[in-house]
Design a protein around this ligand. Sequence first.
Ligand code: ADP
Length: 424
Amino acid sequence: MIYAGFSGLWIAGSDQVVQTLFPEAVSTVQTFKGSAFVLCTTVLLFLLLRREMARRSKIETRLRDSERKFRAIAETAPVALLIARLRDGVILFSNATASSLCGHDGAPLDGLDIRDLGFVPNDREQWRRALTGRNGTGQTEGRLSRTDGGERMVLVFFQKVRLAGEAVLVTAAADISERHRAAETVRVLQLELAHASRVSAMGEMAAQFAHELSQPLTAISTCAEGGVDALFPPGGNPDNALTALRLIVGQAKRASEIIRRTRKFIEKHEQEKVRTDVNSLIRDAAELIQGEANRRNVDMRLQLAEQLPTAFVDIVQIQQVIVNLARNGIDAMSGNDPARRQLVISTEPSPEGIVVSVEDSGPGIPPEIRMRLFEPFFSTKSDGLGIGLSICRSIVEAHGAHLMVSSAPGQGAQFRFALPFQAA
Ligand code: ADP
């Protein structure tokens, strides 16, 4: 019997019987045993080697296919892909999108320094943090200067990894110039719309301002006449003249304050956030609507929490929100009995920030209107433009907050938002 296995081969039989019966045949058998062993081992090894080579070749073909596939994907990807050595910024791989994004017309960027191409974003601090950080990953938006002098806005993702023992930076960048331009156009349009809405609100409130201004102006002329009488005999009294002059100064200041507030409110301006005392901002906004509230028999009250922290806001824009919400509240209460026309503007601290709320005692907002409340140009008023609430919402959101509304039928409406404390 011949047994063959991976590690050896042998012939089994009764060597003793063979030796007794055919002593001269023993050496022949032993020689045969040795040759058969070598032959079988060789054949076996050959078969195993062939199988192993076929297996490796299959793996190599699969690897080559996969590499080709990934390379083709990377080279034709619609985002710019770059791999650069961290040590000196030298680009080891770049695709066609990266090249055309930089203005190199498809010529490979390999060998160039990634830092010279402007992929290192404007926000160098974020970049530095990402590269020295533990997970070495990050995302940033920046301006990329092209070789032709043009500029592109790019959204860049980067990841620090080790490739064949070397630290490299894998960078993927997408051209977001179009999106950025569209967002910029929307931003400018929103500013224009907000401005137009303020001017229109002021136009509607012009009568109120004329009335507000006429009060200090009348007081000034009356005091001036009194002062003249007090200065000149008969019956002149310098003390009375001084009192009259002081009153004139006070009233003139009041008049110029009304004009300043109004001008500031309707001025065109870019968004400009500053650290602000929210209560004083609300007091100024309330001054702007006090006249209208008086004229329409609305009892306007301020309930302002004391010792609030400051917030980082655009003063005019937040005033615009308060004026819009308050005027809507005043409009909503026009059908109420004059004794039940109450408007409360309040502030209070909360974990989310300073909660500003404008609450009226009008009829409230029916569910079918509530769904469309913030839609641009939705209005239930015969003379309404329907842009007030949509502007309010975009202003509030630009301050990192949400404009919320709650209203139970017949129990008025409450609009509120929380201005974050540290939204710098
Ligand atoms: P406009 O005031 O020009 O109508 P807005 O966008 O400010 O535009 O308001 C849209 C609509 O929302 C109003 O027409 C009204 O129907 C409703 N609304 C707003 N505020 C209130 C409120 N406080 N109470 C009841 N309804 C309101």
